[in-house]
Design a protein around this ligand. Sequence first.
Ligand code: GLV
Ligand code: MN
Ligand code: MN
Length: 419
Amino acid sequence: MLSTQLHIDRDRLLADIKTLASFSDDTPPGISRLVFADADQKSRVWLKSQCDAAGLSVREDAVGNMFARWMGTRPELAAIGTGSHIDAIPHSGKFDGTVGVLGGLEAIRALQQSGFEPQRSIELLLFTAEEPTRFGLGCLGSRMLSGGLDSTADARLKDSEGTTLAQLRAAAGFSGSLDQVRLPGNYYAAFVELHIEQGPQLEKEGLAVGVVTSISAPAALRISVEGEGGHAGGVLMHDRKDAFCAAAEIVLAIEASALATGSVDTCATVGKCHVYPGAVNSIPCRVEMEADIRDTDEQRRNQVLRKIEEACTRVAAARKVQVSVTLINADAPATCSTRIVEAVVQAAAENGLSYKKMVSRAYHDSLFMARIAPVGMVFIPCRDGVSHRPDEYSAPQEIENGVKVLACALASLSQAAGD
Ligand code: GLV
Ligand code: MN
Ligand code: MN
């Protein structure tokens, strides 16, 4: 049995996680890694050297997705993919995404060292910009790999400084047309992503592994409120068109719309809000905010989006302000492949690890990879379910368990028959 020959080098993996965490724009323990910025670029160089050292052949595409391939004995067959992201939202932790990238690398190294020979090639993927921080749109790299974005993104996507994707990727050393990024539908026979759960269920139930069966449907809105500015003392309360007061009502309406579905699977968050001109003694004339709406049920998510639009119209009329709502994205949910779910279940069982099947409420690059390949995900617990915070933590044993399960699943999938 492969699991008995497989040795995960936990110290090496933990050292890798520590090294990657040292490339950050934040003060420790906070991590921040904005795509194409200095820390991201340094991380990429370092990761490439680790992949080279493992004998993987590395290529990068026009948007900076990196592919590191361990050639199988039958390289003509569709490969098995694994991987995740290394970009990190402002003031976050060191495990989100990185466990999937570095754990994927460690799984490959452990398989190599066990003497295992895959028939299908096994490929580690580093996706560009899973986080929406820079361009306001999540899963940039996997969206493009799966054909969800074309070359118009080059000029259309801009960061908060107004710099375009075209300029930023060129400065980062990634050239060529974005139309070449899309992968053919038969490129991967399977894609498996290892990730921290980012929720409390596994820890609460004392389980080692989550076997993901589906990924929730995310959407994002940009909401802009235009009111009238003025002197905080001179303009009387009844004469005001305060954009921030209107925005506050909208935020509460967004929360209420999510709660009103009565389902724990509906989530709505307004995590970004800029108030202009931003002076304590000046009435806010404009507010720009972004809302994140998710649900496992796409219809119900869309219903919430409609409710939010209605609330915006209502608040605009009542407060005599202008509200504009732009849909940034409204993605479909993904269903994991039963074949891969079974491979992960088998891998957990083979390693004597407890598991349960579960839904991912966070989104991942696998959401988009599911459009071009059968996908699956392995979750490991994280302390108190905390993520997107500096105190995000998964214990060494939990990470090792996840890598073992990933390695065994990759091994079994790499021997499967077919094209
Ligand atoms: C991914 O980071 C998400 O927000 O689910
Ligand atoms: Mn994240
Ligand atoms: Mn992530």
